[in-house]
Each structure stands twice: as structure tokens, then as C-alpha cells.
Design a protein around this ligand. Sequence first.
Ligand code: CTP
Length: 405
Amino acid sequence: MMKTPLADKNILLGVTGSIAAYKAADLASKLSQAGAVVDVILTEAALEFITRLTFQSVTGRRAYVDADLWGPEGHIQHIRLAKEADLLVIAPATANSIAKLANGVADNLLSLTALAADCPLLIVPAMDGGMFSHPATQTNLNTLRQRGALIIGPAEGHLASGLAGPGRMVEPAELLGQIRWKLAQGGPLTGRKVIVTAGGTQEPIDPVRFIANRSSGKQGFALAQAALDLGAEVTLVAAPTPLPTPFGAKRVVVETAEEMRAAVIAEIGQAAALLMAAAVADFRPAGPAKEKIKRKSGVPEVKLETTPDILAEVAELRSKGEFSGVVVGFAAESQELLENAQDKMHSRRLDLIVANDITAKDAGFAVDTNQVILLDAAGNHQELPLMSKAEVAGRILEQVLRLLK
Ligand code: CTP
């Protein structure tokens, strides 16, 4: 399994008294599945909505309640939990708990532990819209923010009161992305900008038709996530794909090779690395029709012209000394894999090329796995077995880190 920033991290999850407590069970489950060690503290009010057994069942660990504060290990419980935590997440956080945290009130196991903790704090509010917008709550949240806490949400939508508005606890899947991002801060690419291109460009024939290719964008999006996992500041230049943006990445949406070129050139300034995973069209219709081509006008002749070669332009910027980052290219080939990949690496003056044989089973377009060979300009050659695109991305980033040194 792929190691993410969540692996082996101690996450302390505080659950307070809101109906959104059921979502906290899902969050605890997702965090555990991602390899985190999850300790849960429930308040008295949370126990009205959900049991400690629910959390123990998904984390495989003891969940704590106020009674533990007065038990045999009571005097050290909150200190131990606080000291061991890499991150304290309070989800859902009620207006009452937020008020306690802001004011340093320590009258239950969770608030005591929060006061003893010096790890990053994430607060995920859930309450009625009116309670959220009340100046008291807003002042408390501002106090916590100024102290460095990250407040996530609340989201807008249906509330338990029957009203609609801001107050809903942010969904566990989104929280997982935010927690992953938070834990990655301080990694080896912290403060470094990485540009990733992904997906297949679309070149218009007329306003409704275009020439596309089979790229799904999966490998590129996995690279963006892998760079985020190392703490990088990531710009993801993405051709059309329904894939969700990994939390923390800045997504720049483009359609054509020309738009991708412009986006890459605009972003490249201070980048430490450019990873060109996109399947950029080599040809486009010359002078696409302004109006829809009608069937009754007969079979049209679509004349093609070449698109800008983005990596060739980047090579030029490098030779002029206007860009000094690491450049990684991709070669998807159906024949003579190594020779073609090597040619591409040399002609575009790449530091590394990722070669994959698109005819191989379970590798290449649209699937979740890939089998690639990594070749670098110094002649190193690494043949990787079939693995997930996330793992491939991790291996490519390992090489980028090496090349950056
Ligand atoms: N690429 C690019 N600009 C283009 C076409 C491709 O920057 N207009 C990049 C791709 O993102 C990839 C690398 O160049 O990282 C190789 O792309 P590929 O299409 O395989 O290479 P070509 O040299 O165009 O070769 P061919 O089509 O002959 O296989």
C-alpha cells in the first residue's frame, strides 16, 4: 500500500454533541483506513447521539469519555492523549465547545486535552445557522483562528432545524483531503512550486465537435496528490476530466494545447519542477469552423496543423536561463518504447522521462494501474512493476526529489 502523510500519524478526534456526530464515525473510519492511528474523545452530549462502541468498532482502539478522566489513569489521560497527537480534529464542533476552546475552559476530557495539546488544531463546526452567525460564535472562531487553528466549514445546505444555511459539518471525504494536506506541511517540497499537467487536450473542429484522445488524467492527478503529500505548492493544469481536484492544488482548467501552453508558460516562473503528464494533441484542425458544420453540406474535409510543442518551448526557456526547474516528460508508446522515450528525452532536453507501453495489459489509459520505466538524462534506468497510479506517482516524485538535490 501507498504511504500517505496520514500513515502512522496519531490523530485525536474530538466529537461533541451534534447530530453530525454520525459523520464523525465515517471520518474516523476513513482516517483509520488511510493508516492513521485514531484516538477518539466523546463529550457527554456526543454520547446522546452516538456511542463509544461505534468509534471503537471503526478505529480498533479504545474511545474515551469523561468517566475516563476520573478513572485510575485519570490524572495523566489528557496529558498523554495531548502529547501523542500529531493533529487534533474536533468534528463536529458545537457552539458550546468552540466557546470553551476559545476561552480556555477545561471542564471535560476533551477541553482539558485541547488545552494540554500543542499540535495543530482543526475545528469543524456544526450547528444551526443562527448560532453560527451569532457574534459570540464568530468572535470565538476568530480568536481560535488568530491562535492558528484551522476552521473548516461549515457548509451550506439543509440543517436539522428544517432551515437552510451555513451550519452543516463538512463531509468526511473532504475533511480527509484537508487533514492529509495539513499533515503534509513541512515535507521535503515545502515552499516549492510544482506544476503538473494532466488529461487529454481537446481541439475544436467546430463549436460542438473536437478531436480528443484516450487520456483520463488519472496519472497526472495522482502526481499532483503525490507532490502535495510532500508539502509542495501544486498547480494542476488540467484538460477536461471529471476527476476531483486534490485538496490544496490550484486547478487551472484548459481545453486546447494552445491554452495549456499559455497556462504552463504563465505559471512556470518560480516552479521547482514541471511534470508534463498531459496527453497534448500533436495536431489540431486548422481554422476550426465558427458555426456548426451541417450534415447537408456534405462530408467536410478537416485539414490538420501542428500544435505548439510545450516541452520544446520549456527547453528554450531553460537554455535562455529563464527557467531552471526539473522537467519530467511522458512517453506513451505502442512500439519501440525505450528508443522512442530516449529520443523524446534528448530532443526536449528532459531530466527524466516516464515511458509506458500503452499496449500492455492494465497499464496506460483510463485504468487505475500503470507499468512504467523511468529513464533519466544521466542514463539511469528503472523498470517498475505493475502498480497503482498513486504508487507510480510516488516513485516519480522520489526521482524529482533526487534531481532537485
Ligand atoms: N508534449 C508537449 N507538447 C506537445 C505534445 C507533447 O509538451 N504539443 C509533451 C507531452 O506532455 C509528453 C511529451 O511531450 O510529456 C511526449 O509527448 P508525445 O505525444 O508522446 O510525444 P511526441 O514527441 O509528440 O511524439 P509522437 O507523437 O511522435 O509519439
